[in-house]
Design a protein around this ligand. Structure first.
Ligand code: PLP
Length: 415
């Protein structure tokens, strides 16, 4: 069955799903909003908005510092989010889940607390050409301080990691490998289990950037076999400023704190401070409590819909959007991996990505244009920027149709 013949209505009731996301009902420049910038940040369901609201209305207090009722309720709600997250990624222990402000902080934590103390001149960190800057720049910063280098494994024209090359590059100087689970530009899904197996054979720890995977597919860190998994909440229905780092306990136990301050200590003395155990040793200061309450609600929402239905719907949308976009003369898609999430980067001959995004916005369509924080990938394809339509399970075929009509209009205007 071709994607255009598939009857997706049987998968789930998208109208009912959309009704849970208040922002999707608004108009932009007088047109119904078509939100195709989900890889940038997702919209939030009512249940998440309400959870944050209820936190501030009913139980706002700081966590872990008060014996009063509100403090206990806030702590329970905040720690409840850790439990939900541990369950969501199938972490062996809740204590291995460090709550952070997002993937960027999670990766920097590994860079400064795990990598920097271990790196020496001649060592290297292996990453790939398809990474977000958050999985490149922290490694460059610690490499510069330690005399190590950062190597990048190549991809092919379809935007797939060349696995043999990656494995060849896992030489003894490599002290850490860092790979994205799903590319934010190409949608490519990397075979993390296979990569983890090869890394393990060579005794090289593997960090996975899960930012773009968790919104689309179930993740089980134990099945993946990686050592670090970084994630961000705002791309998966949760508030901004929430995220986590999962890592194996033995690695975390061995890592010194990154931020110092309140809540991460056992005892502070001028003749020697001792630190709390994991996870608190890495969580100095007051966290984004309400945000994490929202993250807990986001996970409940994913659980209520189910990834099987989400995946089926999104893959159908991806196939349909790809088929429809190919009808547009002069359109080139970047990223044609066999295993792909619903992210489509493209350009149309003779039109600038930013001009197109601006004109699409006037028609109510939100897409991202630019380098998507992936300069090396733009250099690989030898383009300064692309347009990116990134879909979520609350998007529809009708929106894709409206997008194609708008693109044809914009193309005409710019030709
Ligand atoms: N990694 C990938 C693949 C991303 O797409 C992003 C965000 O766009 C990040 C890392 C950074 O996430 P955050 O800004 O939430 O820390």
């Amino acid at each position: 069955m071709s994607p255009s013949q598939a009857t997706t209505a049987t998968v789930f009731d998208v109208a009912q799903i959309r009704a849970d996301f208040p922002l999707l009902a608004r108009t932009v420049h007088g047109k119904p909003l078509v939100y195709f910038d989900n890889a940038n940040t997702s919209q939030k369901p009512e249940s998440v908005i309400e959870a944050v609201n209820a936190h501030y209305r009913e139980r706002n207090a700081n966590v872990a510092r008060a014996v009063h009722q509100l403090g206990e309720e806030a702590t329970t709600a905040y720690e409840g989010a850790r439990d939900k997250l541990a369950h969501f990624i199938h972490a062996p222990s809740r204590n291995e889940v460090i709550l952070t402000s997002g993937t960027t902080q999670s990766i920097n934590l590994v860079a400064y607390s795990y990598a920097l103390p271990r790196l020496k001149p001649g060592d290297s960190i292996l990453t790939t050409v398809m990474e977000h800057h958050a999985n490149i720049v922290p490694w460059q910063l610690v490499a510069a301080r330690s005399g190590a280098t950062v190597k990048a494994a190549p991809i092919n024209e379809r935007g797939e990691l060349i696995l043999e090359k990656f494995f060849e590059m896992l030489t003894p100087d490599v002290k850490l490998a860092c790979v994205t689970h799903v590319s934010n530009v190409l949608g490519t899904v990397n075979p993390i289990r296979e990569i983890a197996r090869e890394c393990r054979k060579r005794g090289i720890p593997l960090l996975v950037d899960g930012s773009q995977a968790l919104p689309h597919r179930p993740v089980d860190v134990q099945v993946l076999g990686c050592d670090f998994y970084a994630l961000t909440g705002h791309k998966m229905l949760a508030p901004t400023g929430t995220g986590a780092l999962w890592a194996r306990r033995e690695l975390l136990d061995d890592m010194p704190p990154f931020f110092g301050g309140g809540e991460m200590i056992r005892e502070v003395r001028f003749d020697g401070t001792t630190f709390a155990g994991i996870p608190h040793k890495f969580e100095a200061g007051t966290p984004n409590i309400a945000g994490f309450v929202g993250l807990g609600a986001a996970i409940d929402y994913y659980d209520s819909v189910g990834f099987e239905a989400i995946h089926a719907w999104e893959q159908n949308l991806l196939a349909y959007a790809t088929e429809r976009l190919r009808e547009i003369p002069g359109l080139r898609i970047f990223g044609e991996a066999k295993d792909k999430e619903p992210v489509i980067s493209f350009l149309i001959d003779g039109a600038q990505a930013t001009d197109m995004a601006t004109l699409l916005d006037l028609q109510g369509i939100a897409v991202r244009s630019g380098h998507h924080c992936a300069h090396p990938l733009m250099q690989f394809y030898n383009v300064p920027a692309t347009l990116r339509a990134s879909l979520a399970f609350y998007n529809t075929r009708e929106e894709i149709d409206a997008f194609v009509v708008a693109l044809l209009k914009v193309r005409k205007l710019l030709m």
